[in-house]
Design a protein around this ligand. Structure first.
Ligand code: SER
Length: 900
């Protein structure tokens, strides 16, 4: 059975059992900051399990695309080296939202595997949570699994939760026995089962989660509104079993991809060789790349884009290891699109952009690798052999290649080896560890995201962070001055028109402590350059951009230039930085001193502040925090900055950030009586300059970490204005004044509620209304009828429509309609056919009689008349009385005729 058939069979099986087939949700979970990627079928149903969302059905089935890479537990480096680690995979799942529970889940899974797929029950084992006796009993009673094939395990294996918080519950797994036939006779004990499972002799096929709880950020479990079912079976694994192969890579999902790689290299795939790993990496990563790009993730240096970039670059690296110097991964990605577009049409729709983005990133990274090769060529002559040993590339150099050129150590080793050198891997790892520690500290102080577990150090940073051979010193003047007349100390051509300059007096702030880099320009009378970025390499700060005018190239070194920071942008940023300190203090004062900064972004247009706190902020807390910050602003405190020894500062109460490394001399930013922090950033001189502070959002980013976003100054003014604009637009739309908006909305809501009730009534009304009285008789041998009905209508006009239809009849006919309209309004209407009029029953005469019954008065014309109703409870009496009036009028008329 091929994988497309398995996928379809699964969907069909559960559809036939009342499950709604739902499409796979995108890989980027909608509005869920706790999750980097969709990693299970239940993700799209999270809100349904929690009871915060409702669906029209209670059972669902999906084939869900999933990514598990880049989170805490997924080591990308494993992929390709094992039989079944993947970045991208497909999960088949059936779901019950408070409908069926354990017995049905067990029965369905067993029936699907053993009957629909025809797996041999003697090769299946199950695990249950050690507290879940019910599940164990069901496997025996419902599925007939022998007790020695059921193993009870702990939380690690048999308690499933989607993340640190959210829906979770005990689970039960079905495993497939992969041992050779002769070993399968005896069922292993639990310990042995676990060990053999780790060795790959038992393969987990399907996980049935009995969703019962919602875990909150403090770790406490809350019972879900209704026990539910969430299951997940790996398509790749089921295919492995059904296709009788031993690794996922030998299934029809991967074979065409491996064949494509073989086509590129000209060498067949051989599983057990080092090259086999690279083949598998390309096959696996191409799937993730294709699907991530299709779902709108782009290579970037942070967040989801960073995970994609790592996967992509790892793919390129393995292509390079296979001897490819031109884009190869993109070709495998193309095979993924070809092979899977039937099941996932988004691949076809995005084909061109997927391939273009892959190729672009691949070309860039290959160029980076080339830069590293060139660098190695340059350092090589300096290497000397010692005695009989081969020359060694020092660890620091391997690290520089890695850090500056994104050149992985394994590539350096291969290249060095080709040239007859060894590499000092130990030295490299030491340098790497030092840098990891530093960047971990950085990250703690910087803006975290859902991807806090990622490290940014192994991306291969852009190739301009290192400046060689610089003897002259540089001064940062940006704390005191926004302009500098200074000299160019060094120049570097970064290619593509981009250059980097090192200035002697450098006024541009370089990103640090959450505050973003300055913008601005550098110029001489001959040329000018907008600063696109500020970089830090060791002690030195550089600016880069694209000079226009008569730029002299390398001979710019030594020339006199003017450098100017964009003052308004800097000042906006400073407002946000000072506000961040005020916010930190206000949070500690309102929520308590457990509040600790966990990350911060200070940009010109907004600030973002992450801090340790378990619960969402209540409205009142948020208001108190906001009010306190604004009070500090209005108090117009001075902001004092000094540099002093670390110990002195901390002793004086300065707040040092946990995990940050500080020099012995530190910069202290003090707002007297409010806050004292160690901080390298730039600030306003008086808090009053911040203007106004407004929180724009409050969210959770990880367990126990909240995030506030806020605006100040100009941005706050615009933000508040945008609300005013929106209210004005709304008022105009509702045709009222802003001050009356609330009244108008309430009125509309009341009207709407009434209408809804009304529509409900209409739904119950038959097509002709409710008949209250009906009579048929003959007048001089001609048929006559009387009909009295109750009718729900929007307006008397609707009732007249009904009456017109009635009057089409050629009989002597009279109808009395008790019309009921929205808002408890009533009317009586009388309709008379032409023949009725001829027979003496005029509507405008009859109406007077029936109207009298309901205390109303009316009038009209002979064929149609209408009356108001004072006593609605008597409408039916009036309708019933109409028949007698009709007969009386006819007989009076015929007496008159015969009297003449
Ligand atoms: N959510 C569970 C898992 O991922 C079952 O689908 O294993």
């Amino acid at each position: 059975m091929n994988s497309a058939e398995i996928r379809q069979k699964f969907l069909d099986f559960f559809q036939a059992r009342g499950h709604e087939i739902c499409p796979s949700s995108p890989l980027v979970p909608a509005g869920d900051p706790t999750l980097l990627f969709t990693n299970a079928g239940m993700v799209q149903f999270k809100g349904v399990f929690l009871g915060s969302e409702a669906l029209l059905f209670k059972r669902a089935v999906t084939a869900q695309k999933c990514i598990r890479a880049g989170g805490k537990h997924n080591d990308l480096e494993e992929v390709g080296r094992t039989a079944r680690h993947h970045t991208f995979f497909e999960m088949l799942g059936n779901f019950s939202f408070g409908d069926y529970f354990k017995p049905e889940a067990v029965a369905y899974a067993w029936e699907f595997l053993t009957e629909a797929l025809g797996l041999n029950p003697d090769r299946l084992f199950v695990t249950v949570h050690h507290t879940d006796n019910e599940a164990a009993r069901l496997w025996t009673d419902v599925a007939g699994v022998a007790p020695e094939r059921i193993h009870c395990l702990g939380d690690k294996d048999n308690f499933w939760q989607m993340a640190d918080t959210g829906p979770c519950g005990p689970c039960s797994e079905i495993h497939y026995d992969l041992r050779p036939a002769k070993e399968r006779g005896i069922a292993p004990g639990t310990r042995e089962f676990e060990q053999r499972g780790e060795a790959g002799e038992f393969l987990e096929l399907w996980n049935l989660v009995f969703m019962q709880f919602d875990r909150d950020p403090s770790g406490a479990l809350h019972i879900l509104p209704a026990p539910s079912i969430d299951t997940g079976a790996g398509l790749e694994r089921i295919a492995t079993v059904l296709q009788g192969v031993s690794t996922n890579y030998e299934t029809d999902l991967f074979l065409p991809l491996l064949a494509r790689v073989a086509g590129i290299t000209g060498r067949p795939y051989r599983a057990d060789t080092g090259e086999g790993v690279s083949y598998r990496v390309l096959a696996d990563h191409a799937r993730a790349v294709a699907f991530l790009l299709a779902d709108g993730v782009f290579p970037a240096n942070e967040g989801r884009g960073y995970v994609l970039r790592r996967i992509l670059r790892r793919g390129v690296r393995h292509g390079w290891l296979l001897g490819q110097r031109e884009p190869a991964l993109v070709q495998v990605v193309e095979s993924v699109v070809d092979g899977m577009a039937d099941a996932y049409p988004e691949l076809e729709v995005q084909r061109e952009s997927i391939l273009a983005a892959t190729r672009r990133e691949e070309e860039r990274f290959l160029a980076t690798i080339d830069g590293g090769v060139e660098r190695l060529r340059r350092v090589a002559p300096r290497l000397r052999s010692e005695g009989s040993h081969r020359p060694v590339v020092p660890g620091a150099e391997v690290f520089r290649l890695y850090d500056t050129y994104g050149f992985p150590a394994d590539l350096t080793r291969i290249m060095a080896d080709e040239r007859g050198y060894d590499v000092d891997i130990e030295g490299f790892e030491k340098a790497l560890a030092v840098q990891r520690e530093r960047s971990r500290a950085d990250r703690r102080s910087k803006d975290g995201g859902p991807d806090v577990a990622l490290t940014l150090t192994d991306t291969g940073s852009l190739p301009f962070t290192v400046v060689d051979d610089l003897e002259t010193g540089q001064t940062f003047v940006g704390y005191d001055s926004l302009t500098a007349s200074t000299r160019v100390l060094a120049f570097r051509d970064l290619g593509g028109g981009l250059v980097k300059l090192i200035l002697e007096a450098h006024p541009f702030y370089a990103e640090g402590g959450g505050q973003v880099s300055d913008r601005g320009s550098v110029w001489t009378p001959e040329w000018s350059m907008e600063v696109e970025g500020v970089t830090r390499s060791g002690e030195l700060l550089g600016v880069h951009g694209r000079p226009t005018g008569d730029f002299p190239g390398a001979s710019v070194k030594g020339s006199e230039v003017t450098a100017r920071v964009a003052a308004d942008v800097r000042h906006d940023t400073e407002r946000n930085h000072t506000a961040t300190h005020l916010l930190h203090e206000a949070l500690r004062s309102v929520l308590g001193s457990h509040v600790r900064q966990r990350g911060s972004l200070v940009a010109p247009d907004r600030l973002r502040f992450d801090f340790a706190h378990t619960a969402p902020l209540a409205d009142a807390e948020l208001e108190a925090v906001e009010a306190r910050v604004n009070e500090s602003i209005r108090a117009c405190h001075p902001v004092r900055i000094r540099v002093q020894p670390y110990e002195v500062a901390v002793k004086a109460g300065a707040m040092a950030l946990f995990g940050e490394k500080y020099d012995s001399e530190v910069r202290v930013v003090e707002i007297p009586g409010v806050s004292t922090e160690l901080c390298g950033g730039t600030h306003v001189r008086y808090t009053g300059e911040v203007g106004v502070f407004k929180v724009t959002s409050e969210t959770g980013v990880a367990a126990g970490v909240r995030r506030l976003e806020a605006v100040t100054g100009r941005a706050a003014y615009l933000y508040l204005n945008s609300y005013k604009d929106r209210i004005q637009a709304l008022a105009a739309f509702m045709k009222t004044a802003p001050a009356n908006l609330e009244k108008r909305v309430r009125q509309l809501m009341a009207e709407n509620a009434e209408l809804e009730e009304w529509v409900e009534g209409l739904r119950h009304q038959g097509s002709g209304g409710e008949v209250v009285a009906e009579d048929g008789f003959t007048v001089d041998g001609r048929p006559a009828i009387y009909r009295g009905v109750r009718l729900k209508v929007r307006s008397p006009g609707d009732a007249r429509g009904w009456g017109d239809a009635f009057r089409e009849s050629s009989k002597i006919g009279v109808a009395v309609v008790g019309a009921e309209m929205p808002g408890e309004k009533y009317a009586l209407l009388v309709f008379a056919t032409d023949r009725a009029i001829a027979a003496g029953v005029k509507a405008d005469v009859l109406i007077k009689e029936v109207a009298a019954v309901v205390g109303g008065r009316g009038g009209g014309r002979p064929h149609m008349a209408q009356a108001g109703v004072a006593e609605p409870e008597r409408i039916n009496d009036a309708i019933r009385a109409g028949a007698d009036f009709m007969k009386r009028l006819i007989s009076e008329s015929s007496q008159r005729t015969s009297a003449q």
